[in-house]
Design a protein around this ligand. Structure first.
Ligand code: GDP
Ligand code: MG
Length: 196
C-alpha cells in the first residue's frame, strides 16, 4: 500500500486490488456494484478498466484502486504487469460453473510464481450465489479451497448485493494483515521487526 497525502492533515492509504477469474463470472458486475451501486446487466467480456473508490475500513481511510481484468491470454505483458503491481487479488468464480472454479487453480499458481513465494493477500469469491437452482459448486468446496490457500472465502451476489462489499473489504484487511506481519505491502515497514 502506498501513502497518499490528502493535503488536509489526513492521509489515505492506496490499495491496488486485482479482480481475476474466467469470463462471465461477474468480475465487472462486482466491481461496478461496489463503485457505482448499480448492477451491470449486460456482458462485455472485453472491457478491462480500473476504478477507484474511497472507503473507511476499520476506522482507517482506504483508497481502493481496483483493476477489473478481462481476457487471460497466456503471455500478455499486461498480465505480468498487474501481477507485479497488484497488492491484493480477488479470485472469482461463479457457483453456477465448476469449470470457472477449477480455472482458479492455475491462476493461483501463476500469482504465487509471480510473487516468488511471498505471502499474497487473496480472497476467494464464489459469485452469483443468487442463482441457487443453477448451483454447480457446493459452498463446501469453496470453503475447502480457501482453507487450503489460507484465505477468506465469500459467496457473493453482485445482483442481490450479498457480500459484494465484504469481499473487497476483506481483501484490504488481508493486505493490512499480511503487510504488517511480513516483508510485503507494509506502508512504512514500521511494524516489521519487533525488538524484545
Ligand atoms: P466478467 O466477464 O467476469 O466481468 O462478468 P460480468 O461482470 O460482465 O458478468 C457476466 C454476466 O453475469 C452479466 O450478464 C451479469 O449481469 C451477470 N452477473 C454478474 N454477477 C451476477 C450475479 O451476482 N448474479 C446474477 N444472477 N448474474 C450476475
Ligand atoms: Mg468484465
Amino acid at each position: 500500500a502506498q501513502l497518499i497525502n490528502m493535503g488536509d492533515g489526513g492521509s489515505e492509504l492506496e490499495y491496488k486490488l486485482v479482480v481475476l477469474g474466467a469470463g462471465g463470472v461477474g468480475k465487472s458486475a462486482l466491481t461496478i456494484r461496489l463503485v457505482t451501486e448499480n448492477f451491470l446487466e449486460e456482458y462485455d467480456p472485453t472491457i478491462e478498466d480500473s476504478y477507484r473508490k474511497s472507503m473507511i475500513i476499520d476506522e482507517q481511510n482506504a483508497l481502493l484502486d481496483i483493476l477489473d481484468t478481462a481476457g487471460q491470454e497466456e503471455f500478455s505483458s499486461m498480465q505480468d504487469q498487474w501481477m507485479r503491481e497488484g497488492k491484493g487479488f480477488l479470485l472469482v468464480y461463479t457457483i453456477t460453473s465448476r469449470a470457472t472454479f477449477d480455472e482458479l487453480l492455475q491462476l493461483y499458481e501463476k500469482i504465487q510464481r509471480a510473487k516468488e513465494g511471498e505471502k499474497v493477500p487473496i480472497v476467494l469469491v464464489g459469485n452469483k450465489c443468487d442463482l441457487v437452482n443453477q448451483r454447480d459448486v457446493p459452498e463446501e468446496d469453496g470453503n475447502e479451497l480457501a482453507a487450503q490457500w489460507g484465505c477468506p472465502f465469500f459467496e457473493t451476489s453482485a445482483k442481490e448485493r450479498i457480500n459484494h462489499e465484504r469481499c473487497f473489504v476483506e481483501c484490504v484487511r488481508e493486505i493490512r494483515r499480511i503487510g504488517e506481519n511480513g516483508p510485503i505491502g507494509g506502508s512504512t515497514g514500521k511494524k516489521r521487526c519487533t525488538i524484545l
